[in-house]
Design a binder for this molecule. Structure first.
Ligand code: UD1
Length: 442
């Protein structure tokens, strides 16, 4: 492949990644701190007047967006290398603007700590990826059970603690669905409530356990995080803390899937194996060999990749966030694979793009039958959401020819300088910056 291939026709009005496929990768990929944990831990820092230092923070646009929201409420925020220091002493506001919150779903989780700290919070309905309806009923219902009056006007949800000097009351709460965000919102609210809150049918995701870790380091009393029943005994005040974010299991999973798809030997580190057991089991069933080494995992694929069946589920089931990247892998595995998305109702948008690259996929509602093909072909594609964009990068690494992946505004929400990190292990991938290209042409 020559450099001329990089100039294949593509909408240069958009920044995109240009990938020359079919390169074997080799070496080590470092996994950053978990985006979804970091965002929630940032929200939790609202609960204290004292500084909270978060280490191992990923450098992502979503983190910048959350920092902007917190600063707009009066919080202090500054970065020291990969640590962030959040100072809640100056927090005066409880009403983040729609302009800032619409960028990310996790902004809504602020409603819990804001109402716990101020007795009142007004938070716009959330933005984030367009992968389904993303309701917030479980969050509101739980806060209501704790004594908050909930109302909605012009897309803004208001929560106001009634009586008891603006303090929420602990109580038993049963979630109809083990929503990650609702579990986290209610844990944060309950940490400063009066009395005991018991969350039944709580989410068991590692990010929930990480949140409990930070809250406990701040002086909260929490038991059972990581199981379906979490008990929180409210305290009057939380203090500052110094806490490290867990490694990103979705980023680690994306790297392992990329290694399998390109038949590469890669060391991915650090990885908490128990956070990825459902994904590792599927990769092994497909023919990958995965062994622990130091803090991470080394993956190789000695033989043929075989198709398999994947059904997304809440943790410890197969994560919905890796369904799209995994489908890129299945599209070149031998035989038939079946994928069922059970968590979000609109999370198969990558199928059409994979089909354009030659993948044989038939969908029926939220299920897909993938008939493995020997090869994908490089074409211009779009990542329609964060994880769909990661799937397109994996497909591009595998494909014959040049793949141009646009939708980088989604990709950059969850992966730090992905192209530079893949380049370092041998991928031929570069970023074409549309703003720069336009300036040079002018
Ligand atoms: C979090 C993650 C996201 C991941 C998802 C599921 C963050 C910032 N994002 O999103 O990357 O894909 O968990 O692992 O942490 N639901 C209800 N009622 C509610 C809330 C949710 O029915 O009140 C449903 C949703 O429609 C969806 C399912 O629950 O079908 C999962 O959503 P949820 O666990 O809440 O995901 P998030 O916390 O938004």
């Amino acid at each position: 492949m020559t450099l001329a291939a990089l100039n294949a026709p593509v909408d240069l009005g958009k920044s995109h990644l240009c990938i020359i496929g079919q390169q074997r990768l080799e070496g080590e990929l470092h996994v950053n701190g978990a985006k979804n944990s970091a965002l929630t831990l940032m929200a939790a820092s609202v609960l204290s007047h004292e500084p909270v230092r978060l280490r191992n923070m990923p450098d992502l646009t979503d983190i910048g967006a959350m920092a902007q929201i917190l600063v707009s409420l009066g919080m202090g925020f500054h970065l020291e290398g990969s640590s962030a220091v959040l100072r809640g002493g100056g927090l005066t506001r409880h009403d983040p603007s729609y302009d800032l919150t619409r960028k990310l779903r996790a902004s809504f989780f602020l409603i819990g700590p804001l109402v716990a700290r101020h007795g009142v919070a007004k938070v716009p309905l959330p933005g984030g990826c367009r992968i389904g309806s993303r309701p917030v009923r479980e969050h509101s219902k739980g806060l209501q059970a704790m004594g908050a009056r909930i109302s909605m006007e012009s897309g803004v949800v208001s929560a106001e603690a009634q009586g008891n000097h603006g303090r929420l009351q602990g109580c038993p709460i049963h979630l109809d669905y083990p929503s990650v965000g609702a579990t986290e919102t209610l844990m944060m609210a309950a940490a400063l409530a009066e009395g005991e809150t018991v969350l039944h049918n709580a989410a068991q995701e590692p990010e929930v356990v990480d949140l409990a870790g930070l809250l406990k380091a701040m002086g909260a009393r929490i038991q059972g995080a990581g199981s379906s029943t979490i008990k929180i005994s409210g305290v009057k005040e939380l203090h500052g803390a110094d806490y490290a974010v867990i490694p990103d299991r979705v980023e680690a999973g994306t790297f392992l899937i990329a290694a399998a798809a390109t038949r590469s030997r890669l060391h991915v580190t650090p990885v908490e194996t128990s956070h990825l057991s459902a994904v590792l089991a599927k990769l092994e069933a497909m023919g990958c060999s995965i062994s622990p080494q130091g803090q991470g995992l080394t993956i190789t694929t000695p033989g043929q990749l075989r198709g398999c069946e994947v059904r997304t589920q809440p943790f410890p089931g197969f994560p919905t966030d890796l369904q799209a990247p995994f489908m890129a892998l299945l599209s070149i595995a031998q035989g038939d694979s079946f994928v069922t998305e059970t968590v979000f109702e609109n999370r198969l948008q990558h199928v059409a793009e994979l089909q354009r690259m030659g993948a044989q996929i038939r969908t029926n509602g939220n299920a897909a039958l993938v008939k493995g093909v020997p090869m994908l072909s490089g074409v211009p594609v779009t990542g329609t959401d964060l994880r769909a964009a990661a799937a397109m990068v994996i497909a591009g690494l595998v494909a014959d020819g040049v793949t141009h992946v646009s939708g980088l505004e989604h990709l950059d929400r969850g992966y730090t300088r992905l192209e530079e990190r893949l380049q370092a292990v041998g991928a031929r991938i570069s970023r074409i910056d549309a703003t720069r290209t336009a300036l040079l042409a002018a």
